[in-house]
Design a protein around this ligand. Structure first.
Ligand SMILES: [Zn+2]
Ligand SMILES: [Zn+2]
Length: 449
């Protein structure tokens, strides 16, 4: 059984989900879908068109392979192309959407979309992925990455290579977050070991901003359409027990990175509990300094928001890149404990220096980064190690730098602060002489007693 579609896209068709519906009969064994479009991009343009497929059976989403050169889907009960989930081919109406993430001028793209349904399929062996296990280590500081991609979307390596690289980077935990699919999650979880906790998630990649659903166990409807708002998406992710992070909000946009900057007015930050202030290379196209300043603005508006980092790794890092990592204080090296620590803001982001930051009230109550201390006065205490002797240590209060000094390779300092003379949240930054950030704590919040 064969269905053939074709059409054209002009520039105005950018940021659309274009449906192509077909009927799968009972007893179908294999589905093959192939998209071809020409040209791949205008001659001489710095970036090509970015057009992906996403597939829906009669009930739910079956994945996507975002921005990959290979836009052929083969799917059976027991196997599927990277980006898509295997499973029974339910009879009924299926829809393959062409998602027009980026169209470069002048547009004028001609495409063909072919669907073949076979009633007898070759025997496939479904890859069996058994979740790996990580031995308990108890409370401690754990270093991890919250953001990365593989061949299941636009990454340049497979899941095993992604995990091997995380081991090489000496991480304690890593989340794999392919775009708009969870097809890579069973495999990444199968590689968990005592040395490395491997976790899954999804990067919900819309036309007007990206967000992470860390710990997501199932596919989430990522498309903002027909009244399905970004707030609704965030609510669904949080209700499912995953952690929601606005990703690279101030990234450069079209045409370099179509859909990357955050444009959701109702989610500035709305119900988002966290924002990725350091995405990829510190000095890269994510414009991380702007993200830190946006984060500070949101804190000043009264949001108790968590700051995170993510390498957004798509393949081996180049020597020039300087991504930030998350150093998380968790009750254990387990998925539940890491997610709890992220929700609590018990972490700092860093490309090297180690940072501790705590507060003590006159009554002797203490708080760590991410916490609220109910007190009008407090002693703030910072300690740093493995820093560069020339780097500056800065105390930031309400977004204003209130102390800055050369910190040395290691050191510590205590500040006495009162709520009536200073804003109610504090972070510690470590920065080089050129201003580049090397480490940043989550805030300590002071609240009136
Ligand atoms: Zn992204
Ligand atoms: Zn990403």
């Amino acid at each position: 059984m064969h269905f053939a579609f074709n059409g054209t896209f002009i520039l105005d068709d950018m940021h659309n989900h274009v449906p192509h519906a077909f009927t799968v009969p009972a007893g179908a064994q294999q589905l093959t879908i192939h998209l071809d479009f020409e040209p791949k991009g205008p001659e001489g343009a710095e970036v090509p068109h970015e057009i992906s497929l996403s597939l829906f059976d009669p009930v739910t989403g079956r994945g996507a392979r975002h921005n990959n050169a290979d836009q052929t889907i083969v799917i059976t009960a027991d196997s599927a192309s990277p980006g898509y989930t295997p499973g029974p081919l339910q009879p009924g109406t299926w829809t393959v959407f062409i998602d027009t993430h980026r169209i470069m001028p002048p547009g004028d793209i001609r495409y063909t979309l072919d669907v073949d349904i076979a009633m007898d399929a070759p025997e496939f062996q479904r890859p069996q992925f058994t979740p790996g296990s990580t031995a308990a280590r108890g409370p401690g500081w754990y270093r991890g990455d919250l953001h990365g991609h593989t061949l299941h979307s636009d990454g340049r390596w497979d899941v095993a290579e992604f995990v091997a690289d995380a081991r090489r980077r000496g991480l304690d935990f890593v989340f794999l977050t392919d775009h708009n699919t969870v097809s890579s999650v069973p495999e990444v979880r199968s590689y968990a070991s005592d040395a490395l906790l491997t976790l899954g998630g999804i990067e919900l990649t819309t036309f007007y901003g990206h967000c992470l659903a860390l710990g997501a166990q199932r596919w989430h409807e990522w498309r903002v359409r027909d009244g399905h708002t970004m707030t609704a998406i965030a609510r669904e992710v949080l209700d499912a027990g995953a952690f929601y992070v606005i990703a690279h909000p101030t990234s450069i946009g079209y045409p370099r990175c179509s859909g990357c900057p955050w444009h959701y007015e109702e989610m500035m930050p709305g119900i988002a509990p966290a924002v990725e202030v350091w995405n990829g290379d510190w000095a890269g196209e994510s414009q991380n300094e702007q993200a830190v300043q946006l984060y500070y603005q949101w804190l000043n508006q009264g949001h108790q928001l968590v700051a995170t980092a993510g390498s957004d790794i798509h393949g081996p890092l180049s020597a020039a890149e300087r991504p930030g990592y998350n150093v998380v204080y968790a009750a254990d090296l387990s998925e539940a404990a890491i997610l709890d620590a992220l929700r609590a803001g018990h972490l700092y982001v860093s490309s090297g220096p180690k940072l501790a930051f705590s507060a003590t009230s006159p009554r002797g109550e203490t708080a760590m980064m991410g916490d609220v201390l109910v007190a009008d006065r407090a002693d703030l205490h910072a300690r740093w190690e493995a820093s560069d002797p020339a780097y500056a240590v800065r105390l930031v209060a309400g977004g204003v730098v209130v102390d800055s000094f050369t910190g040395g390779a290691h050191g510590e300092k205590t500040w006495q602060v009162t709520r009536d003379t200073m804003p109610a949240w504090y972070t510690v930054e470590i920065r080089a002489a050129d201003g580049q950030l090397h480490a940043l704590t989550n805030p300590i919040f002071l609240q009136g007693s």
